[in-house]
Write a protein that binds this ligand. Structure first.
Ligand SMILES: C[S@@+](CC[C@H](N)C(=O)[O-])C[C@H]1O[C@@H](n2cnc3c(N)ncnc32)[C@H](O)[C@@H]1O
Length: 295
């Protein structure tokens, strides 16, 4: 297979991918080939699969210039790929992402799975609250899967809510999810839900220096939960019983070392059937619990 098309200055798709993969690996980027493919596909206005069919195709100078700039931002600036392409797939939904929202993570699909399992037990229209919706990832995945769910999604960040609303519109789900600004339960005082779901900020501020440089490009209010990581999780769990219907469920994502502590918060709040679910990597990731039937 030729790597270069005829002429010294002409690079093929494959040659660019190989060069960039080596460059990214040397810079300590974790998934060098995948990142190179995503960025080249973006620069060429195509998808990753198409690159494999076009390995021998020469890349034009203007396309190469676009790609070079993306490679520079990824390698030197450590800007995450999703922010450079503006897109990330979550639960098979194509979502727009910007600097204002956390890029949805694969482990959060475990939380969606737990929430869907709970909703599958119930008949009729059900009310769901997604606290800290960010890009809208969880709320929109639930809306797509459960037609009867009425979903309210909140966030402290006005900018994040604007991205979430845009995603809802693009997916044709605007009529199924309502977005409201505010901190924790403040926008829903006096209301009750069948399901409370949340992937709150849960990193401890002291961990900041040990984190991947890419995280500096994500909104800090999406990442850090105070000095111990529990600043949002603690009140979220403690007040859950005031917002749950009898027998309703709470499901929250946590960092693996936090799972036992958060399970303890659930018991202290008087919730029952406390359980910890693992993500696909086998790490404790989701804590769930139920309000008492006679609550
Ligand atoms: C870890 S991100 C999760 C985003 C999205 N749910 C996801 O799973 O991809 C946490 C989100 O919670 C929001 N947030 C932080 N503190 C909050 C609070 N006190 N009340 C409501 N939302 C909050 C942040 O703005 C951010 O969008």
């Amino acid at each position: 297979m030729t790597e270069r098309a005829p002429g010294e200055e002409t690079w093929t798709v494959l040659a660019l991918l190989r060069w960039t993969t080596r460059h990214f690996a040397a810079q300590g980027i974790e998934t060098p080939r995948l990142d190179a493919e995503c960025l080249l596909a973006h620069a060429l206005g195509t998808d990753r699969l198409r690159l494999y069919l076009d390995f021998d195709k020469p890349v034009k100078p203007d396309e190469r210039a676009r790609f070079r700039e993306l490679v520079r931002c990824r390698a030197s600036g450590r800007i995450p790929v999703a922010q450079l392409t503006g897109r990330r797939e979550f639960w098979s939904l194509p979502l727009r992402v910007t600097r204002d929202v956390l890029t949805p993570r694969p482990e959060t699909e475990t939380l969606v799975g737990v929430a869907l399992a709970f909703l599958a037990e119930l008949d009729g229209e059900r009310r769901v609250l997604d606290l800290g919706t960010g890009s809208g990832a969880i709320a929109l995945a639930l809306a797509r899967e459960r037609e009867k769910a009425r979903i309210l999604a909140t966030d402290v960040s006005v900018e994040a809510l604007s991205v979430a609303r845009e995603n809802a519109r693009a997916l044709g789900l605007s009529h199924r999810v309502e977005f409201v600004q505010g901190s924790l339960y403040e926008p829903v005082r006096g209301e009750r839900f069948d399901l409370l779901v949340s992937n709150p900020p849960y990193l401890a501020e002291g961990e900041a220096n040990a984190l991947a440089p890419e995280l500096a490009h994500e909104p800090q209010c999406a990442l850090f939960g105070g000095s111990d990581g529990f600043a949002v999780l603690r009140p979220l769990v403690a007040h859950a019983p005031e917002y749950l219907r009898p027998g309703g469920a709470l499901a929250v994502e946590v960092a693996p070392p936090q799972a036992a502590t958060v399970a303890g918060f659930c018991s202290e709040a008087g919730l029952e059937h406390v359980a910890i679910q693992r993500d696909l990597a086998g790490r404790p990731r989701v804590v769930s619990a139920r309000a008492r039937e006679d609550a």
